[in-house]
Design a protein around this ligand. Sequence first.
Ligand SMILES: [Zn+2]
Length: 251
Amino acid sequence: MPFSPRATFLSWLLLATVYVGSLHADGLARLKEERLVRVRQSILELSKNREEPVRSGRFVDMRANLHVHSRFSHDSRGSLDEIVAAAKRAGTRVLMFTEHPAEDYDFYQDGHQGLHDGVLCIPGAEMKGFLCYPTGSVRGIENEPPQGLSDLIRGRDGLMFVSHLEERMEWRIRGVTGVEIYNTHADFKDETALLKALRNPLWLLQSAELFRKYPQEAFSALQDYPADYLRRWDELCVDGPHTGVSANDAH
Ligand SMILES: [Zn+2]
């Protein structure tokens, strides 16, 4: 075929589309051994260059998980012992629970509290679009509208984070502690090909070795850069400080 500027432009456009497409590829496409090897190399490279920040005052760094459901929530089967054991394996020292409230229990009073096998448990709930960590029971004030609920819990020294930003991009709630700048569940929902593969026992069997060899790297295959969340966080930070938190949404 003779050289044609139009054909060249079209092939460049096609290449560009394929490249941009790969940035938003489904997690399934990212679960290839050669890619997982590259991810591992990048992680090693990054940890070599990482400099521990110097902490002043009383603050210490510790690994915490602040969006965790247990058996109290209708959609989780995890017992406290199982969750604490998993936290210990991952080096997590603080678990901040975010149960779905229900009539038959008080998420604060009945919730997991205190030290369990060296892991600090803090009771809380996922309600009205927030991750709520009150300092006492909120029975009787649950029906407040979101701003009122936040004001009451913050007014009693509790913590409030806006959760699942993708469902409430327009929200402006005054006085919250912060917002989720990542949520694993929200990120996972659009991985249609990966979700389908995970329901296929044959694929799971074929991929077992990959998950065993590259557990962390394989898990990262479901993660997309949270551009919308970060843009929203930037907008909110113009109004006032919003502590950004990354949520596992562990069930
Ligand atoms: Zn949740």
